[in-house]
Design a protein around this ligand. Structure first.
Ligand code: CU
Length: 276
């Protein structure tokens, strides 16, 4: 109990002085980030949201997006064993599931690989993209993150929710620099907080209360990204016609890329295959 109280006080203090102090990205967050900007790189928020020279670029509208790239992520060979998660040390978590919960780091069914982040990596230089109006949601439910891999656009609001009657903390770390993006606690069931990210990149998220809880957030400059489903499928819809480098990233299996040319009104199907 004392340990839990100490952790809570530490997290509260961190939230007050650190980058995670804001409950909403539209407020100042103590790091000099402008309204609507996320504090994604520690306290080094410095220059507002603008990061590109937009001169000569076209503003993307849905009318321009008539092309589709879709496909599937295959797994070749014997599937790595999924590890059972032991949710000990927390009264709620340890009784939250009737079934055994397996780690989501490897999720392979019938040689299809789930939780692969697929995105347009290059080929969109001529376009600018508005911040999407819809919000993304990262839930904590049954002492797991849902989803395990989440894609979001720069500036887009992320609602972080605690659906559990136990305390979680959301500790997001910039993968490349290992700096804290934000770190705050959610003590109550139903609590929601909003964050956004200013810079594209990969973020690792963990709960410091429950060591098994982790997920990945990938921030992109454009809306063309998807996470492979249980059947390995993904879709990048409403693309302008063009030639694109498409990347597929998996937390254990690594990254693969391929170049695809797609015309107006056309749908191209591609396949990524990972193995050990
Ligand atoms: Cu937790």
């Amino acid at each position: 109990m004392f340990r839990l109280l100490t952790l809570f006080l530490c997290l509260s203090a961190a939230a007050l002085v650190g980058c995670g102090g804001s409950d909403n990205a539209s407020d100042s967050d103590g790091c000099g980030c402008e309204a609507g900007c996320g504090c994604d790189d520690g306290c080094g928020c410095d220059d507002g949201c603008g990061d590109d020279d937009d001169d000569g670029k076209r503003a993307y509208t849905a009318a321009a997006g008539t092309a589709t790239i879709k496909g599937v992520v295959n797994w070749s060979g014997k599937a790595p064993r999924r590890v059972a998660i032991k949710m000990g040390g927390d009264k709620f978590c340890s009784t939250a599931h009737d079934d055994t919960i397996l780690s989501e780091s490897w999720s392979i069914t019938d040689n299809k690989l789930q939780n692969v982040f697929v995105q347009v990596k290059s080929g969109l230089k001529g376009w600018t993209f508005e911040k999407p109006k819809d919000k993304k949601v990262l839930d904590q439910t049954g002492c797991m993150y849902d989803p395990h891999v989440l894609g979001i656009q720069t500036g887009q609001d992320l609602t972080i929710r605690n659906s559990d009657p136990t305390m979680h903390n959301i500790h997001a770390i910039v993968f490349d620099t290992k700096k804290n993006a934000f770190n705050f606690a959610q003590t109550k069931q139903g609590q929601e907080n909003t964050r956004s990210f200013r810079r594209p990149g990969r973020y690792y998220v963990k709960c410091d209360v429950h060591g098994w809880m982790s997920c990945h957030i990938i921030v992109t400059r454009n809306p063309f990204h998807d996470v492979s489903a249980a059947d390995g499928s993904f879709t990048l819809a409403k693309l302008p016609p063009g030639e694109y480098e498409i990347s597929a990233w998996h937390e254990k299996a690594g990254t693969k890329t391929q170049t695809v040319k797609v015309g107006a009104g056309e749908t191209k199907e591609i396949v990524f295959t990972f193995s050990r």
